[in-house]
Design a protein around this ligand. Structure first.
Ligand SMILES: C[S@@+](CC[C@H](N)C(=O)[O-])C[C@H]1O[C@@H](n2cnc3c(N)ncnc32)[C@H](O)[C@@H]1O
Length: 420
């Protein structure tokens, strides 16, 4: 294998990964994983290596799977729903600090660290060891003592000093079971790097992607050619839809600095240079409107790529001056809920405000599908002007209980394209 000791270490062929996923989105994260797994097989193209998707365990807030190291790390590039991807280092039963120290000191840290001390993120529940401060201290002294016995190379230590994001080690005690995992993502995966301007009250990129994937489930039956966000802010929904099937090679990831991944770096560079940005654009056009001109200027600055088919314009949804839209579009939006952004249109109460938004959208865009984030405390009508709710998804964002509601135009003849 070429890396000290790694050939004797089965972490390369069989590694366990934990994909941290926002609560309430575990199932859609699994759907995404299944859809994108063939891309990994296409990238790796090694017949002797297992191509089949492994069994995945769904747990609240994540997905657990076992695969080889390269595939598990490369998932960072493809998946839009997870927040980060952890590589399991070790799991063991532990009820006292001397055992924790001894176990941690014996881990071959040269496979995971360059010689630096990682940041420790500790949590504990229903365990004899509960003090997270002491857990961190014990972990750090065990790793320091590991380095005393096996000093890291000067080159490694220098490389570690150049890391933009510190390496993070996750320690979790749950019913006296200690699980150690190293982060492979670095910055959280919702930091996509293509967007520099952030509007007021933005939706997190990975939540936007997850909601769009739920919306996509309605698409096989309808021919949609445009996506419109009439209250677009920085354009999160539009960009996330545009890049839904693209791999993100334009940012750094912690796995690229993981000694275990070193043998795969050359292949990573080959995949990156062969990766074509001619991944088909999912829809013909993307339109974002916002009442605030400064927000629109900012959103336009996010369109750094000249070929981006996203158009932004200043417009008030309740006083829309552009031509009427009657092409085959769908609308998605996350309106203000009166918490961080308040508007005069909310004077009649939030329920009336949200119904007025739906009516204004139907009159202006006549969409095939209309999908909106609505606070759960607001009960929306099932049927509005020829539209009917076809799906809802409950979730929580920033502590607010929300509902993603999808209405469909009942008058459209829906052709069921599901194969017989
Ligand atoms: C919650 S933010 C949307 C954030 C956006 N989804 C994002 O991630 O950046 C709501 C946006 O609606 C805009 N807005 C409020 N009233 C509007 C109206 N009447 N017409 C158009 N935009 C409006 C606000 O300026 C704000 O940018």
């Amino acid at each position: 294998m070429g890396l000290d000791g790694v050939d004797k270490f089965d972490k390369v062929d069989r590694a366990r990964f934990f994909l941290i996923v926002p609560l309430d989105f575990e199932k859609i994260a699994l759907t995404e994983l299944k859809q994108k797994w063939p891309t990994l097989s296409h990238w790796i193209r090694q017949s002797e290596r297992q191509d089949e998707m492994p069994a995945v365990e769904i747990v609240p807030g994540g997905l657990l799977l076992e695969t080889d190291l390269e595939r598990g790390c490369l998932l960072n590039l493809l998946l839009k729903v997870p927040t980060r991807i952890l590589l399991r280092v070790l799991s063991f039963r532990c009820r006292d600090f001397p055992k924790l120290y001894n176990k941690v000191r014996k881990i071959p840290w040269q496979h995971y660290l360059l010689g630096q001390l990682p940041e420790i993120s500790a949590s504990a529940s229903k365990s004899r060891i509960m003090h997270t401060g002491r857990i961190k201290d014990c972990m750090l002294s065990a790793i320091q003592d590991f380095y005393k016995a096996r000093p890291p190379s000067k080159k490694g230590v220098e490389a570690a000093q150049l890391l933009a994001v510190p390496t993070e080690l996750y320690v979790r005690f749950e019913a006296d079971e200690c699980t150690l995992s190293i982060d492979t993502s670095g910055d959280p995966l919702y930091k996509r790097s293509y967007k520099t301007f952030v509007g007021k009250a933005p939706i997190r990129e990975n939540l936007a992607s997850a909601l769009l994937m739920i919306l996509q489930e309605q698409l096989p039956k309808r021919e949609v050619s445009a996506l419109i966000d009439p209250m677009c802010g920085s354009g999160t929904f539009l960009f996330e839809h545009l890049f839904l099937n693209c791999a993100n090679f334009s940012r750094d990831y912690s796995f690229l600095h993981l000694p275990l991944f070193k043998p795969f770096l050359k292949h990573y560079d080959e995949i990156k240079s062969a990766y074509s940005f001619s991944v088909p654009v999912p829809l013909l056009s993307y339109l974002g409107f916002d009442i605030d001109p400064e927000t629109i200027t900012g959103a336009k600055s996010n369109c750094t790529n000249a070929v981006t088919p996203v158009v932004f314009e200043t417009a008030d949804l309740f006083n829309f001056k552009y031509k009427k839209f009657h092409d085959k579009n769908m609308v998605v939006l996350n309106p203000p809920y009166g918490e961080r952004i308040k508007t005069t249109e909310m004077a009649g109460g939030l329920r009336e405000y949200f119904h007025n938004i739906v009516e204004a959208i139907i009159v202006t865009y006549a969409p095939l599908l209309l999908a909106m984030v609505v606070p759960r405390k607001i009960l929306m009508k099932e049927k509005i002007k020829g539209y009917q709710v076809v799906q809802t998804h409950l979730f929580t964002h920033g502590g607010i209980k929300l509902r993603f509601v999808i209405w469909a135009d009942k008058r459209q003849k829906i052709e069921d394209k599901t194969p017989l």
